[in-house]
Design a protein around this ligand. Structure first.
Ligand SMILES: *[C@@H]1O[C@H](CO)[C@@H](O)[C@H](O)[C@H]1NC(C)=O
Ligand SMILES: *[C@@H]1O[C@H](CO)[C@@H](O)[C@H](O)[C@H]1NC(C)=O
Ligand SMILES: *[C@@H]1O[C@H](CO)[C@@H](O)[C@H](O)[C@H]1NC(C)=O
Ligand SMILES: *[C@@H]1O[C@H](CO)[C@@H](O)[C@H](O)[C@H]1NC(C)=O
Ligand SMILES: *[C@@H]1O[C@H](CO)[C@@H](O)[C@H](O)[C@H]1NC(C)=O
Ligand SMILES: *[C@@H]1O[C@H](CO)[C@@H](O)[C@H](O)[C@H]1NC(C)=O
Ligand SMILES: *[C@@H]1O[C@H](CO)[C@@H](O)[C@H](O)[C@H]1NC(C)=O
Length: 925
């Protein structure tokens, strides 16, 4: 082998070696196994709040064997050896324990370990952490560790960064002597964060001179702050806040000579007897200064004007005095937060020359004079608190019109008079949620109209007269938590509050005493109805329906004598019905349908002579039929359906019981004996078909009642205008159907099903000429179906099933449309559609026949009238004509329109049914 060949091979070798070493070393099997085992000891919890994290997601979710472990999220390997040297699982939603057997401790080459912001379920920090001898960075902050921090941590002598900060809630402790050990042994430390760890110790004297961050806030430290801390040469962040047993003095000489300090938090440290030292002026890098609650006195030293990097200056709650120096508003170009509240500052407020300020809090000082006009230039201002000073003069709201970022504006308790003289059309920013104008001589509220998202409004101690405008309630009802309007000159506040159909939760809010109309139905309100609802002494309508309110109905409601509408249907109310109403009762509508109310219907309700609608259906009421309700002259709707009422229903023959009743629903109770024949002798309103009752009622509140008709539970709106019904189904009535029922000619629905009725069907029922639904099923009726029924041309639902009827089914008209289900369970019935011969049962009815039969109906007469007006003919055209003309003669035409709608719908259904039956029959033949 020649030299060149050899050197070529050597070169090749060298290339291979150097090439392979430049490929990242793949994951070591043992490391991968340890990581996967570690992953498996945790479940993934809810995302936590990680404001400073670029991303928060369960990093371990993506760990699986199909990929090299060195490329897993949060894992970094040594390129040479393949050992895992860095594990960053901060904010990874881990839930579980790390005990001493954890495979984590097999990753012995770790240099950086960050497990912060997970949930380690209050487990203890294992002493095994002390064996990570290569560790330089350890972060176990805010991860729900508890108990004592093991002293073994101080064995990790290479540690540069140690973070154990926690929150108030957890109980993480560090023994005083372990704290000293830690500081003694960890000589490389640059960052130490033990915030809120319970240390309860004095501060030891010796510190790593490398420290840049020292955070010992809320640790229970006591004693004196060693002056050496202030002289740490590299210190950037010093946080000893919230240690109220800790005392300290600022050095008298120049300190922090390299001016490295960026943040100082000494709030709630006792610096009493101190003035703010001139020497603070040396800290020219200072960004945050927080010295609130430090018992500092004296003026703000001039030297602070050198702190041109300052962003936030919090000196609240001290005894600082003198004026607020003007350089604060001109020499500190980055200053955003100026918090000087609760001090003794006096004098005037100088003009703002730099506009960087976002948060100004000067509450509770002795400042005086006019507010500077330059406030309007602070375009980024979000918070302005100026209350409890001696500012004076007129302040026009236009001063704030350019502050489009404002959240909070508080001018209360000065000697200001707030005006809106310029009447500028400015809109308050949408961000604004807190306004306090107490004692600002405010006379009207108009200038607040555009403030729509307010959560707190204090306009107490002003001169607002008259009533609070309605827009105020609609603007603020949803957002406001606190409203103070006390000490004004209001005469009335509000009358109508309509919060129907929202997503309101929690307990029932009680509106102002002056409310007359309160609608808050269809929300998610829960809890009991507070008896303070009775403070609304002028209430006229109260609609709490369709919520989850529980408990009893406050008895005191019966004391609101002007109440006309009380609607609490579809809640979870229990207990007895409210008694009272003895002092007078104006109720026209009382609807408690769909609750769990118990007991009897109180006799005291007989005072409610105005009652038109009474719906107590779907409750657990007991007792016998309250016949005395018949003396309520205006009662039109009575539903006692689905309760536990029992006994026979007997009427005295007193004249004129239930004279206006048009809907009677007693279904699903336990009434017994004969049908109340004597009751049917009354019911005057059901005995005539009164076309005037077709007029739709109007008004803000629409009475509705649930009726079961045509096989569906419908909520009939405008019941007062449309329906006449009797439903006595699902009881234990026996005996015959009284002939007199045929006199109730206005009935559109009659349901006597599921009782124990006997005898023949009285032919008089054939007089119910407008009946649309007739259900006599589930009884013991015998004999034939009266032929008179064939004249019931409105009949749509007809059910005679499960009786003992026999003979031929009448033919003609509607009877062509009923199916076998109308007759099943009656073995003796014959004829179409029951497929047993009954003479000539050929189909004699056709769709056209049906039309012919309806040809003379009132509706078509009306329709012809419309057509004769010269607008042409045909249904569609007719409809549009009617629509057009209806603007001229609304009542007459509205009536036609209603009928028309009704006919079209019924006829369409009939046609469909007829066609279906024809088809079926053809198939059979
Ligand atoms: C302090 O650190 C040294 C060097 O790592 C170590 O040997 C010693 O055990 C530590 N002392 C304590 C008390 O942990
Ligand atoms: C300001 O505070 C200092 C220290 O508390 C006090 O000595 C001084 O009298 C105060 N000055 C005024 C005008 O109140
Ligand atoms: C800071 O300001 C004071 C007074 O304005 C001035 O005398 C001083 O030289 C400035 N520099 C330092 C480092 O304090
Ligand atoms: C207001 O804030 C915006 C956005 O942070 C900034 O660009 C602008 O310079 C600020 N204006 C003033 C006057 O500081
Ligand atoms: C305020 O706005 C209303 C309606 O937008 C307008 O009619 C009125 O003239 C405006 N007033 C002023 C002073 O701009
Ligand atoms: C509302 O009325 C009640 C009872 O009359 C009374 O005690 C309460 O002070 C009134 N509330 C207001 C705000 O006027
Ligand atoms: C109703 O008012 C009368 C006096 O008007 C009072 O005595 C009674 O306690 C009140 N009832 C309820 C339940 O508040």
């Amino acid at each position: 082998m020649g030299y060149t060949q050899f050197s070529f091979l050597l070169f090749l070798c060298f290339c291979l070696v150097s090439f392979s070493s430049s490929i990242p070393h793949p994951c070591r099997k043992d490391q991968s196994i340890s990581l996967l085992k570690f992953k498996q000891t945790f479940t993934i919890g809810h995302p936590t709040y990680c404001p400073y994290q670029s991303s928060t997601y369960p990093k371990t979710s993506s760990w699986n064997v199909s990929r090299d472990c060195c490329s897993w999220d949060g894992v970094t390997c040594d390129e040479m050896t393949g050992h895992v040297i860095e594990l960053d699982l901060s904010c990874s939603q881990l839930v579980g324990n790390i005990d001493s057997n954890s495979s984590l401790f097999q990753l012995s080459h770790l240099q950086r370990l960050d497990l912060s912001k997970n949930n380690f379920s209050n487990s203890h920090i294992s002493p095994e952490f002390g064996r990570f001898s290569s560790l330089t960075h350890l972060n176990l902050s805010e991860s729900s560790f508890s108990g004592q921090i093991p002293f073994e941590i101080s064995h990790i002598s290479r540690l540069q960064s140690l973070r154990f900060s926690t929150s108030y809630a957890t109980n993480l402790r560090l023994a005083a002597h372990d704290f000293k050990l830690l500081l003694q042994n960890l000589t490389q430390l640059t960052e130490l964060d033990l915030s809120y760890v319970n240390i309860s110790s004095t501060i030891p004297l010796n510190f790593s001179s490398h420290l840049t961050t020292l955070k010992l806030g809320g640790t229970g430290l006591y004693g004196i702050i060693p002056e050496s801390i202030f002289h740490l040469p590299n210190l950037e962040t010093l946080d000893l806040s919230e240690n109220d047993q800790l005392n300290g003095y600022f050095p008298n000489t120049k300190w922090n000579s390299s001016a490295s300090l960026v943040e100082i938090y000494l709030n709630e440290v006792n610096l009493s007897g101190n003035l703010l030292p001139e020497t603070l002026g040396y800290l020219t890098s200072l960004y945050f200064l927080s010295l609130s609650n430090c018992s500092l006195g004296g003026p703000i030293p001039e030297s602070l004007s050198n702190l041109t990097s300052l962003v936030s200056l919090d000196l609240t709650s001290n005894a600082l005095n003198g004026t607020i120096p003007s350089w604060m508003f001109s020499h500190l170009p980055l200053l955003r937060n100026l918090i000087l509240s609760d001090n003794h500052f006096s004098g005037r407020l100088e003009d703002f020359k730099s506009n960087s300020l976002r948060w100004i809090d000067l509450r509770n000082n002795h400042l005086q004079g006019h507010l500077p006009n330059s406030i309007q230039n602070l375009v980024n201002l979000t918070v302005l608190y100026l209350s409890f000073n001696n500012f004076s003069g007129h302040v026009d709201v236009s001063l704030f019109s350019d502050l489009k970022q404002l959240w909070v504006l508080d001018l209360s308790y000065n000697s200001i008079s707030l005006t809106n003289e310029n009447k500028v059309n400015f809109t308050w920013p949408e961000t604004l949620f807190l306004l306090r104008f107490a004692a600002c001589e405010v006379k009207e509220l108009e200038f607040l109209r555009s403030a729509k998202q307010l959560q707190e409004l204090d306009i107490s101690n002003n001169k607002i007269q008259g009533r609070i405008p309605d827009w105020a309630w609609s603007n603020w009802m949803f957002s406001l938590f606190t409203l103070n309007i006390s000490h004004n000159m209001l005469t009335s506040v509000v009358s109508t509050i309509d919060l129907r159909s929202n997503l309101l939760q929690g307990s029932l809010p009680i509106p102002p005493n002056s409310t007359s109309y309160f609608f808050i139905s269809q929300n998610n309100l829960s809890g009991e109805i507070p008896s303070s609802i009775c403070n609304l002494a002028s209430l006229i309508m109260l609609d709490l329906s369709r919520n989850n309110l529980s408990g009893e109905i406050p008895q005191c409601l019966g004391n609101i004598t002007g109440l006309e509408v009380l609607d609490m249907r579809h809640n979870n109310l229990s207990g007895n019905l409210p008694r009272a109403f003895s002092n007078g009762c104006s109720l026209t509508s009382l609807n408690l349908h769909g609750n769990k109310l118990e007991g009897k219907i109180p006799r005291s309700w007989a005072h409610c002579k105005e009652l038109q609608v009474l719906d107590l259906g779907d409750n657990h009421l007991i007792g016998t039929f309250p016949m005395w309700l018949g003396t309520l002259p205006k009662l039109q709707v009575l539903s006692l359906r689905s309760n536990e009422l029992h006994g026979s229903i007997r009427t005295s023959t007193v004249e004129n019981m239930f004279p206006n009743l048009r809907m009677l629903d007693l279904s699903s109770n336990a009434f017994t004996e004969n049908l109340p024949k004597s009751l049917f002798q009354h019911l005057k309103a059901m005995r005539t078909i009164d076309p005037s009752k077709m007029e739709p009622s109007d008004g803000y509140y629409q009475d509705t009642v649930a009726v079961v008709t045509k096989g569906l539970e419908l909520e009939v709106v405008r019941i007062l205008s449309l329906y006449t019904t009797v439903d006595l189904s699902n009881n234990k009535f026996g005996g015959y159907i009284p002939r007199i029922m045929g006199d109730l000619v206005a009935l559109r629905m009659l349901n006597l099903s599921h009782n124990g009725l006997e005898g023949h069907i009285p032919p008089s029922l054939g007089n119910l000429s407008v009946v649309e639904s007739l259900d006599l099923s589930g009884n013991h009726l015998v004999g034939e179906i009266p032929v008179q029924f064939s004249s019931l041309t409105y009949l749509e639902v007809f059910n005679l099933s499960h009786n003992h009827l026999e003979g031929c089914i009448p033919q003609g008209n509607q009877f062509a449309t009923f199916e076998n289900s109308s007759y099943e369970g009656n073995d003796g019935l014959r004829g179409f559609p029951v497929s047993k011969g009954c003479g000539d049962d050929h189909v004699s009815n056709t769709v056209s026949g049906l039309d012919d039969q309806e040809g003379d109906s009132e509706f078509l007469n009306d329709f012809r009238k419309a057509a004769l007006m010269g607008y042409g003919s045909g249904l569609c055209i007719g409809l549009s004509i009617i629509y057009m003309v209806s603007t001229r003669n609304p009542i007459w035409l509205a009536r036609i329109l209603l009928k028309l709608e009704h006919k079209i719908i019924t006829r369409r259904k009939k046609k469909q049914r007829l066609l279906r039956n024809n088809k079926r029959r053809n198939n059979l033949l």
